[in-house]
Write a new protein. Structure first.
Length: 251
Protein backbone atom coordinates (compact mmCIF):
# COMPACT_ATOMS: atom_id res chain seq x y z
CA UNK A 1 0.00 0.00 0.00
CA UNK A 2 2.95 2.32 -0.50
CA UNK A 3 1.97 5.64 -2.08
CA UNK A 4 -1.51 5.42 -0.53
CA UNK A 5 -2.64 8.06 1.93
CA UNK A 6 -5.03 6.91 4.64
CA UNK A 7 -7.19 9.01 6.98
CA UNK A 8 -8.10 7.28 10.26
CA UNK A 9 -10.53 8.95 12.68
CA UNK A 10 -10.45 8.24 16.40
CA UNK A 11 -6.77 7.48 16.00
CA UNK A 12 -5.72 8.20 19.58
CA UNK A 13 -6.45 4.83 21.16
CA UNK A 14 -8.13 1.46 20.91
CA UNK A 15 -9.15 0.17 17.50
CA UNK A 16 -8.14 3.43 15.76
CA UNK A 17 -4.59 3.25 17.09
CA UNK A 18 -4.30 -0.40 16.00
CA UNK A 19 -5.54 0.54 12.50
CA UNK A 20 -2.99 3.37 12.25
CA UNK A 21 -0.19 0.94 13.14
CA UNK A 22 -1.37 -1.70 10.65
CA UNK A 23 -1.79 0.75 7.74
CA UNK A 24 1.53 2.46 8.47
CA UNK A 25 3.26 -0.95 8.61
CA UNK A 26 1.70 -1.74 5.21
CA UNK A 27 3.36 1.38 3.79
CA UNK A 28 0.57 3.95 3.92
CA UNK A 29 1.10 7.56 4.80
CA UNK A 30 -1.42 8.03 7.62
CA UNK A 31 -3.37 11.12 8.58
CA UNK A 32 -4.45 10.68 12.20
CA UNK A 33 -7.56 12.51 13.35
CA UNK A 34 -8.61 12.85 16.98
CA UNK A 35 -10.19 15.39 19.25
CA UNK A 36 -6.91 16.65 20.68
CA UNK A 37 -3.61 16.90 18.87
CA UNK A 38 -1.76 16.05 22.07
CA UNK A 39 -3.42 12.62 22.12
CA UNK A 40 -2.04 11.67 18.68
CA UNK A 41 1.23 13.58 18.31
CA UNK A 42 3.44 10.78 19.67
CA UNK A 43 1.81 8.11 17.49
CA UNK A 44 1.88 10.41 14.44
CA UNK A 45 5.61 10.96 14.98
CA UNK A 46 6.23 7.25 15.51
CA UNK A 47 4.57 6.30 12.19
CA UNK A 48 5.66 9.42 10.29
CA UNK A 49 2.07 10.56 9.86
CA UNK A 50 0.17 13.82 10.10
CA UNK A 51 -1.87 14.70 13.21
CA UNK A 52 -5.09 16.64 12.70
CA UNK A 53 -7.30 17.69 15.62
CA UNK A 54 -11.05 17.83 15.10
CA UNK A 55 -14.13 17.42 17.23
CA UNK A 56 -16.45 15.22 15.18
CA UNK A 57 -19.41 16.35 17.28
CA UNK A 58 -18.98 19.81 15.73
CA UNK A 59 -19.72 20.39 12.01
CA UNK A 60 -17.52 23.52 11.84
CA UNK A 61 -14.60 21.61 13.32
CA UNK A 62 -15.06 18.84 10.72
CA UNK A 63 -15.09 21.40 7.90
CA UNK A 64 -11.87 22.97 9.25
CA UNK A 65 -10.21 19.55 9.47
CA UNK A 66 -11.20 18.70 5.89
CA UNK A 67 -9.72 21.99 4.66
CA UNK A 68 -6.52 21.35 6.62
CA UNK A 69 -6.18 17.81 5.22
CA UNK A 70 -6.87 18.98 1.66
CA UNK A 71 -4.15 21.60 2.07
CA UNK A 72 -1.64 19.10 3.44
CA UNK A 73 -1.97 16.00 1.25
CA UNK A 74 -2.63 15.46 -2.46
CA UNK A 75 -5.65 13.22 -1.81
CA UNK A 76 -7.08 10.68 0.59
CA UNK A 77 -7.03 7.15 -0.90
CA UNK A 78 -8.24 5.30 2.18
CA UNK A 79 -10.82 6.61 4.64
CA UNK A 80 -11.37 4.69 7.86
CA UNK A 81 -14.32 6.09 9.79
CA UNK A 82 -13.46 4.60 13.16
CA UNK A 83 -14.30 7.24 15.77
CA UNK A 84 -17.48 6.53 17.66
CA UNK A 85 -19.16 6.83 21.02
CA UNK A 86 -21.37 4.33 22.81
CA UNK A 87 -24.15 5.24 25.20
CA UNK A 88 -25.68 2.53 27.37
CA UNK A 89 -29.08 3.56 28.76
CA UNK A 90 -32.74 2.63 28.40
CA UNK A 91 -34.66 4.84 25.94
CA UNK A 92 -36.42 6.63 28.82
CA UNK A 93 -33.05 7.94 29.96
CA UNK A 94 -31.71 8.79 26.48
CA UNK A 95 -32.55 12.46 25.90
CA UNK A 96 -32.55 14.26 22.54
CA UNK A 97 -29.13 15.82 23.11
CA UNK A 98 -27.59 12.40 23.77
CA UNK A 99 -29.29 10.85 20.74
CA UNK A 100 -28.19 13.76 18.51
CA UNK A 101 -24.58 13.55 19.75
CA UNK A 102 -24.40 9.81 19.04
CA UNK A 103 -25.86 10.30 15.56
CA UNK A 104 -23.54 13.26 14.83
CA UNK A 105 -20.31 11.45 15.78
CA UNK A 106 -21.24 7.95 14.57
CA UNK A 107 -23.18 8.82 11.39
CA UNK A 108 -23.05 12.48 10.30
CA UNK A 109 -19.26 12.76 10.67
CA UNK A 110 -18.56 9.66 8.54
CA UNK A 111 -21.08 11.03 6.02
CA UNK A 112 -19.34 14.42 5.86
CA UNK A 113 -15.89 12.82 5.52
CA UNK A 114 -17.15 10.45 2.82
CA UNK A 115 -18.66 13.39 0.94
CA UNK A 116 -15.33 15.21 1.18
CA UNK A 117 -13.06 12.36 0.06
CA UNK A 118 -15.04 9.73 -1.87
CA UNK A 119 -15.48 11.80 -5.07
CA UNK A 120 -11.69 12.29 -5.30
CA UNK A 121 -11.12 8.54 -4.92
CA UNK A 122 -13.64 7.87 -7.71
CA UNK A 123 -12.00 10.47 -9.96
CA UNK A 124 -8.57 8.92 -9.44
CA UNK A 125 -10.01 5.43 -9.98
CA UNK A 126 -8.88 3.88 -6.70
CA UNK A 127 -10.07 4.09 -3.14
CA UNK A 128 -11.13 2.30 0.02
CA UNK A 129 -13.65 3.35 2.62
CA UNK A 130 -13.96 1.23 5.74
CA UNK A 131 -16.59 2.16 8.31
CA UNK A 132 -16.16 0.71 11.78
CA UNK A 133 -19.74 -0.15 12.64
CA UNK A 134 -20.55 -2.83 15.21
CA UNK A 135 -22.48 -6.00 15.76
CA UNK A 136 -25.05 -3.42 16.95
CA UNK A 137 -25.26 -2.43 13.26
CA UNK A 138 -26.48 -5.91 12.35
CA UNK A 139 -28.56 -7.01 15.34
CA UNK A 140 -30.73 -5.32 17.94
CA UNK A 141 -29.28 -4.83 21.41
CA UNK A 142 -31.15 -3.75 24.55
CA UNK A 143 -30.35 -0.56 26.46
CA UNK A 144 -28.29 0.94 23.68
CA UNK A 145 -30.91 2.15 21.23
CA UNK A 146 -29.14 5.37 20.15
CA UNK A 147 -25.88 3.50 19.47
CA UNK A 148 -27.71 0.64 17.74
CA UNK A 149 -29.65 3.13 15.57
CA UNK A 150 -26.43 4.90 14.60
CA UNK A 151 -24.55 1.71 13.70
CA UNK A 152 -27.46 0.40 11.58
CA UNK A 153 -27.41 3.79 9.81
CA UNK A 154 -23.66 3.46 9.22
CA UNK A 155 -24.17 0.03 7.64
CA UNK A 156 -26.93 1.48 5.45
CA UNK A 157 -24.64 4.32 4.39
CA UNK A 158 -21.94 1.78 3.56
CA UNK A 159 -24.27 -0.15 1.27
CA UNK A 160 -25.65 2.96 -0.46
CA UNK A 161 -22.20 4.48 -1.11
CA UNK A 162 -20.87 1.11 -2.28
CA UNK A 163 -23.45 1.08 -5.06
CA UNK A 164 -22.69 4.71 -5.92
CA UNK A 165 -18.98 4.06 -6.62
CA UNK A 166 -19.10 0.38 -7.64
CA UNK A 167 -17.57 0.97 -11.09
CA UNK A 168 -15.00 3.54 -10.03
CA UNK A 169 -12.31 1.31 -8.51
CA UNK A 170 -13.43 2.25 -5.01
CA UNK A 171 -14.71 -0.20 -2.41
CA UNK A 172 -16.84 0.70 0.59
CA UNK A 173 -17.24 -1.79 3.43
CA UNK A 174 -18.17 -1.91 7.08
CA UNK A 175 -16.48 -3.92 9.81
CA UNK A 176 -18.76 -5.04 12.63
CA UNK A 177 -16.85 -5.94 15.79
CA UNK A 178 -18.34 -7.69 18.78
CA UNK A 179 -16.97 -6.60 22.16
CA UNK A 180 -13.37 -5.45 21.71
CA UNK A 181 -10.78 -5.14 24.49
CA UNK A 182 -10.56 -1.30 24.53
CA UNK A 183 -11.44 1.60 26.84
CA UNK A 184 -14.96 1.56 25.36
CA UNK A 185 -15.47 -2.02 26.58
CA UNK A 186 -13.86 -1.17 29.93
CA UNK A 187 -16.36 1.69 30.34
CA UNK A 188 -19.23 -0.72 29.53
CA UNK A 189 -17.90 -3.21 32.09
CA UNK A 190 -17.78 -0.46 34.75
CA UNK A 191 -21.34 0.61 33.83
CA UNK A 192 -22.65 -2.96 34.08
CA UNK A 193 -20.90 -3.46 37.42
CA UNK A 194 -22.41 -0.20 38.75
CA UNK A 195 -25.95 -0.92 37.61
CA UNK A 196 -26.04 -4.62 38.62
CA UNK A 197 -23.89 -4.57 41.75
CA UNK A 198 -21.70 -7.30 40.27
CA UNK A 199 -17.90 -7.27 40.44
CA UNK A 200 -15.90 -5.89 37.50
CA UNK A 201 -14.68 -9.40 36.80
CA UNK A 202 -18.23 -10.79 36.68
CA UNK A 203 -19.37 -7.88 34.51
CA UNK A 204 -16.51 -8.51 32.06
CA UNK A 205 -17.36 -12.21 32.14
CA UNK A 206 -20.89 -11.39 30.99
CA UNK A 207 -19.48 -9.66 27.87
CA UNK A 208 -17.04 -12.51 27.23
CA UNK A 209 -19.90 -14.99 27.57
CA UNK A 210 -21.75 -13.37 24.65
CA UNK A 211 -19.12 -14.76 22.28
CA UNK A 212 -18.99 -18.46 21.39
CA UNK A 213 -15.22 -18.07 21.75
CA UNK A 214 -15.73 -16.89 25.33
CA UNK A 215 -13.46 -13.87 24.97
CA UNK A 216 -13.31 -10.29 23.78
CA UNK A 217 -11.87 -9.52 20.35
CA UNK A 218 -8.54 -7.66 20.28
CA UNK A 219 -8.16 -4.27 18.62
CA UNK A 220 -5.46 -5.72 16.38
CA UNK A 221 -7.82 -8.44 15.11
CA UNK A 222 -10.17 -5.69 13.94
CA UNK A 223 -7.26 -3.71 12.47
CA UNK A 224 -6.02 -6.76 10.56
CA UNK A 225 -9.37 -7.05 8.76
CA UNK A 226 -9.37 -3.31 8.00
CA UNK A 227 -5.88 -3.56 6.48
CA UNK A 228 -6.96 -6.55 4.39
CA UNK A 229 -10.00 -4.63 3.09
CA UNK A 230 -7.68 -1.77 2.12
CA UNK A 231 -5.36 -4.03 0.11
CA UNK A 232 -5.31 -4.50 -3.67
CA UNK A 233 -6.45 -8.11 -3.25
CA UNK A 234 -9.72 -7.04 -1.61
CA UNK A 235 -10.94 -5.18 -4.71
CA UNK A 236 -14.00 -7.45 -5.08
CA UNK A 237 -15.10 -7.28 -1.44
CA UNK A 238 -17.63 -4.52 -1.70
CA UNK A 239 -20.66 -3.24 0.19
CA UNK A 240 -20.22 -5.80 2.95
CA UNK A 241 -20.74 -5.53 6.69
CA UNK A 242 -18.31 -8.09 8.07
CA UNK A 243 -18.52 -9.29 11.68
CA UNK A 244 -15.30 -9.74 13.72
CA UNK A 245 -16.99 -11.17 16.76
CA UNK A 246 -15.86 -14.68 17.54
CA UNK A 247 -19.13 -15.95 16.07
CA UNK A 248 -21.49 -13.91 18.28
CA UNK A 249 -23.70 -12.97 15.32
CA UNK A 250 -24.72 -16.64 14.98
CA UNK A 251 -26.28 -16.78 18.44
P1 LIG B 1 -12.53 4.12 22.18
O1 LIG B 1 -13.55 4.80 23.03
O2 LIG B 1 -11.39 3.43 22.83
O3 LIG B 1 -11.97 5.12 21.08
C1 LIG B 1 -12.86 5.92 20.34
C2 LIG B 1 -12.08 6.90 19.52
O4 LIG B 1 -13.00 7.83 18.95
C3 LIG B 1 -11.11 7.69 20.37
O5 LIG B 1 -9.92 7.89 19.64
C4 LIG B 1 -11.85 9.00 20.58
O6 LIG B 1 -10.98 10.09 20.80
C5 LIG B 1 -12.59 9.12 19.25
N1 LIG B 1 -13.70 10.07 19.40
C6 LIG B 1 -14.78 9.95 20.20
N2 LIG B 1 -15.52 11.06 20.12
C7 LIG B 1 -14.89 11.90 19.25
C8 LIG B 1 -15.13 13.20 18.77
N3 LIG B 1 -16.17 13.93 19.20
N4 LIG B 1 -14.28 13.74 17.87
C9 LIG B 1 -13.19 13.06 17.46
N5 LIG B 1 -12.89 11.82 17.88
C10 LIG B 1 -13.73 11.25 18.78
O7 LIG B 1 -13.35 3.13 21.26
P2 LIG B 1 -12.94 1.83 20.43
O8 LIG B 1 -13.38 0.68 21.23
O9 LIG B 1 -11.55 1.92 19.93
O10 LIG B 1 -14.00 2.01 19.24
C11 LIG B 1 -13.66 2.42 17.94
C12 LIG B 1 -14.87 2.17 17.05
O11 LIG B 1 -15.23 0.79 17.14
C13 LIG B 1 -16.12 2.95 17.48
O12 LIG B 1 -16.80 3.41 16.32
C14 LIG B 1 -16.95 1.90 18.19
O13 LIG B 1 -18.32 2.19 18.12
C15 LIG B 1 -16.59 0.66 17.42
N6 LIG B 1 -16.82 -0.57 18.17
C16 LIG B 1 -16.19 -0.80 19.37
C17 LIG B 1 -16.47 -1.97 20.07
C18 LIG B 1 -15.83 -2.28 21.41
O14 LIG B 1 -16.27 -3.23 22.08
N7 LIG B 1 -14.82 -1.58 21.84
C19 LIG B 1 -17.37 -2.90 19.55
C20 LIG B 1 -17.98 -2.64 18.33
C21 LIG B 1 -17.69 -1.46 17.66
Amino acid sequence: MTARTALVTGASRGIGEAIVRRLAAAGCRVVLLARSEAAILALAEEVGGLAVAADLSDRASIAEAIARIEGAVAGIDILVNNAGIAIGAPIGRTDDATFDRVMQINVSAPYALSRAFLPGMAERGWGRVVNIASLAGLTGQAYTSAYCTSKHALVGMTRALALEVARAGVTVNAVCPGWVETDMAAEAVARIARSTGRSLEAAKGSLEGMSPQGRLVTADEVAALVAMLCSEEAAAIHGQAIPVDGGTVMK
